[in-house]
Ligand binder design. Sequence first.
Ligand code: ADP
Length: 394
Amino acid sequence: MSLLEPLPSSASASQLYAALVDALPDPILVVAGSRRDDLTGWRFILANAAARELLRLTADEGRLLSAVRDPAVLGAVDKALFDVADAESAYETTGAQSRSLRVRARPLGIGPDGLRLALLTYHDETEVRRVERTRVDFLANASHELRTPLASLSGFIETLRGHARDDPAAREKFLGIMQAQADRMARLIADLTSLSRIELDEHVPPRGVVDLGMVVREVVEAAAPLGAQRGVKLDWRSCGAPPTLVRGERDQIVQVVQNLLDNAIKYSPDGASVRVEMQGGLSELAAAAGHDGVPRLSLVAPDPSQETYVALRFMDLGPGIARQNLPRLSERFYRVDGQKSGARSGTGLGLAIVKHIMNRHRGGLVVASAEGEGSAFTVYFPMAGDPEGVVKAS
Ligand code: ADP
């Protein structure tokens, strides 16, 4: 059904009115009825284009029961028509893509032919519900993640007060575990705060120009002791060359590099090497292209309107990630099964943080990995054309 017929140049007021009603984005119906007990006689006498689409109507008037079958919505219509009072009701559509709708009924008075009239408006709340659910899930997950180390702390406090009170060796051991749990809680809180701050700014384009090579140098140097503890060698020879300037916010780019490098070290076997490679001047096509036969997935697609990119790749020889787990990597709190516990357990928020930062920077994030083959995470930053205002590493 055509939505908007072009109006004739000398449109009458009623043509203009009809076009306006049809152009409203929310579905509306005008319903008419003469008697409360004559439900089958109730009709809709106007349905705008959005209502015709939602209720799959082929005409803009007809029997109300052919358009509306939900008993609660019919109850609201009844109230508006015969109690002359506002009423509302919510319902879910069935089908492949279920939608949450709120329907409001308002009395419109008596029509010229003596029928009672009411206006039904539909408001799609699917997105609001989805956001609400995500928020509730997020809070539940965050509390669960915090509760686990907290429970462990409480348990050890009890043990230290009890049978380990006079056992210096046990005390030392338990205090070490408690320290690790407290550190974990601190990391979680830092990541949660960081994530909410990043999400707040996600739609504000970053300002500034950053020398990515300098950032890599700084982060790699700071991570060297962490690598050394486990004999993991960091090879970042290709990152030293000419300054590679990218558009972005320095602190956030540092966070991206830090998270990806931390993961590469964390998931590497003791004594293995982690390679960090940087390559500038890539086109969007090259940024999106695959290589070798390893499964790869774009977690953030680079913005096609950007001209050139710098790619920064972190490669490790760790356990790798099975293909079916790749799409979930950047979900908050997601951790691949079997990697959840142990000394190297993380917060599950690092890649979610990276994803949001790369979205904001209109860059890309691609993972290539297979079980037993190690992993390569690549971020693509739009190159800065203008070297003015370069943010130097401190
Ligand atoms: P975490 O803090 O748990 O590392 P991330 O969000 O950074 O959280 O990563 C999510 C999950 O993705 C990790 O828990 C891990 O299962 C998997 N992962 C991330 N990086 C790697 C990697 N380099 N090698 C293997 N698995 C990885």
